[in-house]
Design a protein around this ligand. Structure first.
Ligand code: COA
Length: 332
């Protein structure tokens, strides 16, 4: 079942936080054997933002949350739950959620992190919305935040050209059942493909030691080409099914917000769905792949610049380490 039942859930505020420092493709070509032309042709990325040494995931998350609260015009005391989607928590514990909750002074809120690769933000939105739909919570702050630059090997051209840092936040609230509402969601995982994106060492399976450090096992490892093929195979039928289960067709979707991993992936998935590429919200040229933050940043920008209008149907879809994938349909 894909449809949200019970209380209607709406998005009442959004915010983002993008670190100031910009790293262009030309900057990268001085660090590894690559070029602006290769990166643009293969990924669509032109530049990405990088957190400064003293900026942590919780700092970006906090700033995105504050701007979403301002946008929603509500007090922090009204938040019942804070869910942070991240693969780069400041530390394993405490989680980013409780750190943000404390710094925000959201004294009535619980807080926790969700870690499901780049799909974490869709999982977090689905959990937050389900909590409101069922009547357990009234208002939920969902944040996607990453400082991927600290787990990227800046000497590995296969991965370092792809990622960037940033945060996006959304406030979900019980609504009066007006037209604006989250319609449906579907979350999947294919753990048999878990070797495609990994961070091999630094935790239980492979505690950090001199050897893991020397072998760069504390950095992201990815079989990029296989990820590309996996996404092209699973995402189009998965999305078609979600639309069907929601009583919609792909033509009923006004805006497509895919995980901003690679322009070629987005274009080929849209082509397989026979959807014109003008319906895609794309910002990866400026931000790169910000993992769990990426769809929330794109959603914020498209809502704020007027592309997404009242009544539009917006489909968010993501994929990532696990391999997880998921999608959610929102009527603005
Ligand atoms: N600059 C220049 N050359 C590079 C390069 C770089 N940054 N990275 C790889 N290459 C080279 C490779 O060494 C290879 O050279 P060879 O043909 O001499 O062996 C060649 O470019 C092609 O490599 P390949 O890996 O086949 O390229 P690709 O077209 O698959 O593009 C990715 C690589 C990573 C951009 C692409 O596979 C991708 O985006 N995959 C999905 C990754 C993703 O979305 N991850 C996030 C999931 S959350």
């Amino acid at each position: 079942m894909a449809l949200f039942c019970g209380n209607a859930v709406s998005i009442i505020g959004t915010g983002i936080c993008i670190p100031e420092k910009v790293l262009t493709n030309n900057d990268l070509s001085k660090m590894v054997d690559t070029s602006d032309q290769w990166i643009v042709e293969r990924t669509g990325i032109k530049e990405r933002h990088i957190a400064s040494d003293n900026e942590m995931t919780s700092d970006l998350a906090l700033m995105a949350a504050e701007s979403a609260l301002l946008d929603a015009g509500i007090d922090r005391s009204e938040i019942d739950m804070i869910i942070v989607a991240t693969n780069t928590p400041d530390t394993l514990f405490p989680g980013v959620g409780p750190i943000v909750q404390g710094k925000l002074g959201a004294s009535n809120a619980g807080a926790f992190d969700v870690q499901a690769g780049c799909t974490s933000c869709i999982y977090a939105l689905a959990v937050g919305a389900s909590g409101i739909a069922s009547g357990v919570w009234n208002k939920v702050l969902v944040i996607g935040a990453e400082v991927l630059s600290r787990i990227v090997n800046w000497k590995d051209r296969n991965t370092c050209v792809l990622f960037g840092d940033g945060a996006g936040a959304v406030i979900l609230a019980k609504s009066d059942g007006a037209s604006s509402r989250l319609l449906s969601t579907r979350l999947c995982s294919d753990g048999e493909k878990s070797e495609l994106i990994t961070l091999p060492a630094g935790l239980i399976a492979n505690p950090a030691n001199l050897e893991t450090l020397q072998n760069n096992l504390h950095y992201v490892h990815m079989k990029g080409n296989e990820v590309f093929k996996f996404v092209n195979k699973v995402l189009p039928p998965f999305i078609t099914k979600l639309c069907e289960n929601s009583g919609l067709t792909v033509e009923d979707i006004d805006w497509w917000i895919f995980h901003q991993a690679n322009l070629r992936i987005i274009e080929s998935v849209m082509k397989r769905l026979s959807v014109p590429s003008e319906k895609a919200v794309i910002d990866l040229a400026r931000y790169g792949n910000t993992s769990a933050a990426s769809t929330l940043i794109a959603l914020h920008e498209a809502m704020k610049d007027g592309r997404i209008k009242e009544g539009d149907r917006v489909l968010l879809a993501s994929f990532g380490a696990g391999m997880t994938y998921g999608s959610l349909i929102y009527q603005a």
